[in-house]
Design a protein around this ligand. Structure first.
Ligand SMILES: [Zn+2]
Length: 232
């Protein structure tokens, strides 16, 4: 009983420590990186060539308003003031594109409206893709996002591109609402993070293996004990 309690306790500690304990400060605002870009202005390319059937020509203006939001203080959680520049080359820092439906196009889970996928090298963003859907199913009917909804979505995703993670405050633009819940899987390149993650996963794996082994042994012993007791 003591061994099992200990193993469960170890597993719990690892599980609780894994999501952020060491990587993100508990009391600080959740961030991926404090200042992800090593240069200014941050260039943005809006893809108006590869557009889905229900794309609206008013969407790029929502990006401009989202840019203005972050350049003028945003949600007050950035430790720096970002400056953006819209450019016409697709090799910009941030690439923005729209798709008809996120679930259909990217295989994302239901309710995902957009995602920001930053590429990280040496603790800095080197590029970020922002993919946004133009509408979603409401019940059985598909509805296109209006400009207000799109602006919120772009602002939220742009916040990720500036290093912010999700807020617990429902009034914060970085709070993940149903429409803004998204896939956020940064591609980590040449950083120490993968090693930390591998170390944590290995620790969980070893603990799990030990726990499983012990439980197997325990069951077998109990079975033997039962058999012996029944024979008596
Ligand atoms: Zn988000």
């Amino acid at each position: 009983m003591n061994i099992r309690t200990t193993i469960i306790a170890i597993l719990l500690i690892i599980t609780l420590a894994a999501p952020g304990g060491g990587l993100l400060g508990e009391k600080e605002y959740p961030k991926f990186l404090e200042e992800p870009w090593d240069h200014s202005p941050i260039t943005i390319y809006i893809d108006e060539q590869n557009i889905p059937p229900h794309y609206s020509p008013s969407y790029p203006a929502t990006v401009v308003r989202a840019i203005e939001y972050w350049e003028n203080g945003g949600n007050g959680k950035l430790s720096y003031t970002p400056v953006f520049e819209l450019v016409n080359t697709s090799d910009a820092d941030i690439y923005i594109m729209w798709v008809e439906n996120m679930e259909d196009v990217t295989g994302a889970e239901d309710g995902v409206a957009g995602f920001c996928r930053p590429m990280i090298a040496n603790g800095r963003y080197v590029h970020a893709d922002l993919v946004l859907e133009v509408g979603d199913y409401k019940g059985f009917s598909w509805q296109q996002y209006g400009d207000a909804n799109m602006e919120q979505l772009v602002t939220h995703e742009l916040g990720h591109a500036l290093g912010l993670a999700h807020s617990n405050d429902i009034r914060d633009i970085m709070y993940p609402t149903y429409e803004q819940r998204e896939n956020l899987n940064p591609i980590l390149v040449e950083t120490t993070y993968p090693f930390i993650v591998i170390a944590i996963l290995t620790a969980i794996g070893i603990s799990g293996y030990l726990a499983a082994g012990w439980l197997r042994y325990h069951k077998r012993r109990q079975k033997l004990e039962n058999e012996l007791l029944n024979e008596k």
